[in-house]
Ligand binder design. Sequence first.
Ligand code: ARG
Length: 557
Amino acid sequence: MQAQIIQSIVTALDRQLTEQEVQQLVEKPKNVALGDLAFPCFTLAKKLKKSPNVIAIELQKKLQGDTIQESQVVGGYVNIFFNQSMMTQQVLQTIMAEQHQYGAKSKTQERVVIDFSSPNIAKPFSMGHLRSTVIGNALANIAEKNGLTAVRINHLGDWGTQFGKLIVAYQRWGNQQAIEASPIEELLKIYVRFHEEAEQDDVLNEEARVAFKALEDGDEEALALWQWFREVSLEEFQAIYQLLGIPFDSFAGEAFYNDKMASVVQELEDKHLLVESDGAYVVELEQMPPCLIKKTDGATLYATRDLAAAFYRKQQYQPQKIFYVVGNEQTLHFQQLFQVIHKMGYDWAQHLQHIPFGMILKDGKKMSTRKGKVVLLADVLREAIATAKRNIEEKNPMLDNPDEVAKQVGVGAVIFNDLKHDRLHDIDFSLEQMMNFEGETAPYIQYTYARISSILRKVAPVSTPATFEVLGSHAWPIILWLEQFPKTVGYAYEQADPSQIAKYALQLARYFNKYYAQQKIVAEDALFSTRIALCQCVAIVLAEALALLGIAAPQEM
Ligand code: ARG
């Protein structure tokens, strides 16, 4: 409907501005009494050398269309009031007909590969990996809602010199039973010990280098140990993904590319891009340090594996885009990677996109991974779920499935706390804040959804086609906001920014609660069925917005 109104403005202006230009100029008046949309005439005034007010008066006279209820000229602006009756009808009809498909674009052939989560084997799943996991998952959901197919890849950190260290550490101090009982904890312990002892005794580092070389050369014993570390770690990660409800299409990690690097390195050589530097091989780049491809002893690197991975994915999935959802601190790595591919002569280098994000801070400070001071995601989730459980027991002791709901609320709170911020900002971690039922939180939105669901359980559902009436000034912002959902879904994908969906859901919940505070929903009057339809629509869109973020919407809580 907004699009139709913009069209009307373009027509009334005798096409002196394009649709896009008008779209960019229109504003939403802060004061709702001034209208639903305002068109400022100042830009045109310069162009036409007339006063803004004169232009506004001329425009207002010519402006017409059944989507417009009324328009007024105020100080160089044309303020437009929408046809509320038509808009209410259109918006509610559409949502009721499309249900959770509302806002979805039709399916295309396009694919987007999303490389996300990607924790390191034998190391704890950190809060930093949580960010990648929830942002990547939301982006994949949002991409699919926009009609693309998302390929979700977990680029496990399962290769690299650290495995040389781990093998040496295991051979010296490892305890198989302890590792089987609590893999990541034990493996981390011996890894930390390795670092401590290696500081005193450099021989250990040399041993580790040799062990990794053996691993790269296919030594059976080394491989068997590595395989085992990988398996037990992955099991622990899988438990977290299950709790978060996050699926992957592939766990092809770094090791998967071991036999796929040689051909890429060869191509670099054939294209005369590989140069020797202190015995190692690098690709020299513009405006940034060279990209290290092969070490002196022939060992490959993180970048070499990412290079092979990019070619493999391009060929395997033919994607329109590849997203790498990885923290800020790896920006240089990705710039180097993309430039190497560009220098190899592939235009698709421009379709590779690093999606960086800020850190999670605790009390304003970086959460340290060294000195064993890691904040573990598993602990955080456990704590969030326990807090949710206490809240539920207090608020709704009769609930049938408190454990299930506590899980949905606790996990939802953690996810939402992450996604409501602009990706690039560092975010502060406070369990208390993210669980606040009245704050900018998932529980607040989930609670709104549960409240609507409870209303809807008491009445007969409205189904389309039906006629809907104008509901008044508190419901009007809800209608306007519901109409914005499809556009928001589009922007969130274009800008790779799930926070737009998070902010959208929060605002929808706020508008609804404001309305609910002053309007009795279940009352026998002429507007009853429209109010119920409105509730149904808000519930549909709230649940869908949460689903895009990877958050469940319990019916009761
Ligand atoms: N495992 C890496 C880390 O924890 C992240 C990998 C990201 N993906 C990639 N293709 N490099 O730092």
